[in-house]
Design a protein around this ligand. Structure first.
Ligand code: SME
Length: 160
């Protein structure tokens, strides 16, 4: 087991630098993408506060298919363009949703979720997966979280 710890009182830039460094160390020597997604989901779950779901959907054809995650069992297949994840994948843009109830077409996998951040993972111009984070708090994710997780998604693109 890997015991990573992070001081949640770090300023956001340092927090995400350390998270990225832990993610790098955890995945650097492993070529299997599923194993790396599983460990990245567990790392985020362990270190990032106020989440009720953290994990990956993989793009397979015209759908997103559930990948490794931490949290409650979730919907398995999401058509591209549907929900927050499908929108991130179809548009190749990060979706920051302060209130999921106000997002048209939001797919409620866990009724506790109040806000959501979904970052597309690109290999070249192709979206190969999305990283999905849900929080039970309204407006949990700000621009610093978006920037931090976009860096993590860039790293993940080279490891999955
Ligand atoms: N809420 C997401 C679905 C995935 S779950 O949150 C794990 C969406 O609207 O795409």
């Amino acid at each position: 087991m890997h015991a990573f710890t992070l001081d949640p009182s770090l300023d956001p830039e340092d927090f995400y630098r350390e998270l990225l460094s832990a993610a790098d160390a955890l995945t650097a020597d492993e070529p299997d993408g599923i194993a790396n997604m599983a460990n990245l989901a567990a790392l985020i779950w362990q270190l990032v506060p106020d989440l009720n779901w953290a994990g990956f959907y993989r793009r397979i054809g015209e759908e997103l298919v559930l990948g490794p995650f931490c949290g409650k069992p979730a919907c398995i297949r999401i058509p591209l363009g549907r929900g927050v994840c499908g929108t991130a994948a179809a548009t190749a843009t990060t979706q920051v949703v302060p209130d999921v109830h106000a997002f048209p077409g939001h797919i409620a996998c866990d009724a506790e979720s109040r806000s959501e951040l979904v970052v597309p993972i690109l290999k070249g111009v192709e979206v190969v997966a999305v990283l999905d984070l849900d929080s039970p708090l309204l407006s949990r994710f700000n621009e610093e979280d978006q920037a931090g997780f976009e860096k993590l998604a860039s790293l993940a693109a080279t490891r999955i």
